[in-house]
Ligand binder design. Sequence first.
Ligand code: ITT
Length: 192
Amino acid sequence: MELIFATHNANKVKEIKSILPAQLQIISLSEANILEEIEEPFDTIEENSETKAKFIFSNYSKNCFSEDTGLIVPSLNGEPGVKSARYAGEDANAEKNIKKLLHNLKDSSNRDAYFKTVITLIIDGQQLQFIGICEGTIIDTTIGNEGFGYDPIFVPNGSTKTFAEMNLEEKNKFSHRKKAMAKLIDFLNTNS
Ligand code: ITT
């Protein structure tokens, strides 16, 4: 089976491709030569995930899935949350986002956080969502060079390493994205 993965984030594509069963082929937007930006205007991860998959299905009539992910810090009222990609503003990058988050957490004794991934699958017009959560802690400095985004400051529960100190195989033992994708794969296995 072939599915378009409605993302422009090459790191997400790499992670998802590392966990696929042989019978499922993923085509990224760049591989499909779809270069348009897809707006993410909503206030929830669920709605922004849905809008990306709907954009591809309604414009290209292809079975597809998308995912939206946020890092949620309860002691900061859920920030950066749905704004994770642009936490530090319109010209944000991972370094600026991390700097802002560490600054906002500097006086906080509670550094609990979790990643939440919501995958939206649209297959033959049927739409479903699958959620994956990974709980952990935000440390007070960056460690590691692997991964992307907030990985250098996030230590998942059950590990002493940040995600940025882990290779893909190790990150997949804990990852929000892997958990959501495992649910999608289960669904396809039992329904096709
Ligand atoms: P698409 O919308 O094209 O899929 P994006 O980069 O805009 O790609 P999101 O809207 O889901 O992705 O933004 C989530 C941001 O959260 C992303 O830019 C990263 O900074 C961060 N993020 C997502 N998954 C992460 C992970 O596994 N580890 C660390 N940071 C992550």
